[in-house]
Design a protein around this ligand. Sequence first.
Ligand SMILES: [Zn+2]
Length: 358
Amino acid sequence: MYDYRDPRLSILNVAQKSGIVLIRQTSNEEFMARCPFCGDSEKNPKHGHLMLNIEKDAYHCTRCGEKGFAIGLYARLHGISNSQAFKELMNMAPETTPKIKIKKIHQSPVANINERDKTYRAFLDKLTLKGEHLQNLIRRGLSWEETGRNLYKSVPTAPQERLRICNELLQEGLNLKGIPGFFQVQKENQTYWDFYSDNGFFIPVKDIQGRIQGMQIRLDDDNVRKYVWFSSKGKLNGTPAHAWIGVHGVPAKTVLVTEGPLKADIAHYLSRYTFVSVAGVDAIKGIEQVLKELGAKRVFIAYDMDLKSNKNVQKAKDKLEKKLVQAGFEVHDKTWEERLGKGIDDYLLARKKSQKVV
Ligand SMILES: [Zn+2]
């Protein structure tokens, strides 16, 4: 964002100058406060829904949806323009004694790949795949056997179940520290392990040896976003996920690169080509190493067709192409008619279906 941050323009200073009641720090980046827009829950004054992000100096109410940045928050609450708000804030000394002290929540460094693989496999072994998730995967073109091989499992969300699973893993001698997704909870005099959960299913992201590096979750409620990493960033003894590069298939001379591990799983299954997945078009760090290990000579970039008109995606693609050409690969663009499908998986599925009909 910006290199120099003026304390007068920080979200916490603005909140305190605007009479917003801070409740508590919820992560290394976030504070919870009472929302001045919707009045927040009337019954419980200890409840707050206004999240103040101190990294981005932004606010967002999870109850009424109001959001924006620090200067705008001050402007709105004082009924003035943003430029007037900026002037006023710059003319006042910042709060020197914050009413809430920012504490640093201890995070664990990421465990090595073998440990992660071991814990994730034992974890997934305890879970099941719900019928609706299985049907979703089969609709997208996977076989029932392939969903089993890929270890997709529904995310358990009930607190009691999560607690039981963590305790079982610990009793089995598995390590939860440094495993993205897992974190500790401190309540009163008790400390216990928990993991990040949201309704959806896990997509393990494997490396060239088939080891699980990390996992994504395909969310059931995909209004805002479809995928999140299984991560415990900002949680006590938690560990953030990396944007791991996935390997889908065996070493091969021709390899395709696409965005998203689930898409790559499906495209690999439908075509039997080897795929490498990136978590986002900008998350390409180390990709040339992965391709080299796979013995790739020819690389096809197969990003979604509807992304081709997006300038940022185009830029990211050019960057990837340049990087791969420099590393000595023969690089091609994999394209198809958009009416056959947006993603390479949709296209391959449409092709398979049309071949069946003929
Ligand atoms: Zn609100």
